[in-house]
Write a protein that binds this ligand. Structure first.
Ligand code: IMP
Length: 179
């Protein structure tokens, strides 16, 4: 991996995880998923945009049959007592009775998953689990049941391997951390 710092939008980052380290974690997680979902033909629900590279590598190593869909989530404040309303964009498949696995780049505060899970559960799937590349336990603000975590990381801002800093850095094969 690159040994030098990079600069994105005038912010400095140092090398943090190499492509080889990411590959090892992702491959290990794929093996767990392959064993747990053998014969169940799950539907992987990839959350865009950050999840694209992780999903691609993870699913190459998933053995067995599966379906893959890509979604976006849009959150906005509802009026009055409704609180945060979340809309799932792009999920046209009937998920009733299906085994769903949400693929996310990172669970930080847990807000996104905290709102996405009930929205998915309301559609009547047989099961819903989360597979996330990164989890920052120190940042968590909502209780989220995370069965599949590739790597736990400290509460630092990271870019690369799908994750961006203000739109840039998603294409980097290694992960960098803000200095
Ligand atoms: P949440 O706080 O768990 O809802 O995380 C929401 C989103 O914040 C993630 O899906 C990422 O897009 C973004 N995010 C959180 N931490 C980082 C980071 O360290 N780098 C890049 N994006 C992040």
């Amino acid at each position: 991996m690159g040994h030098s710092h990079i600069t994105i939008h005038n912010k400095a980052f140092r090398p943090y995880l190499s492509a080889a380290q990411l590959d090892e974690a992702v491959t290990g997680l794929a093996a767990r998923l392959s064993a747990d979902y053998a014969g169940r033909q799950p539907l992987f629900v990839v959350v865009l945009t950050g999840g694209f590279m992780f999903a691609s590598d993870l699913l190459k190593h998933f053995t067995g049959l599966c379906e893959i869909v890509f979604i976006r989530v849009a959150s906005y404040e509802g009026t009055g007592s409704t609180g945060v309303v979340q809309e799932i964009l792009g999920l046209r498949e009937d998920v009733q009775g299906r085994h769903l696995i949400v693929i996310e780049d990172i669970v930080d505060t847990g807000t996104t998953m905290h709102h996405l899970l009930p929205t998915l559960l309301a559609k009547g799937p047989a099961s819903v689990e989360i597979a996330t590349l990164f989890f920052k336990p120190e940042s968590l603000k909502h209780e989220v049941d995370l069965r599949y975590v590739a790597m736990e990381i400290p509460n630092d801002f990271v870019v690369g391997y799908g994750l961006d800093y203000d739109g840039l850095g998603r294409n980097l094969p290694d992960v960098y951390v803000a200095v």
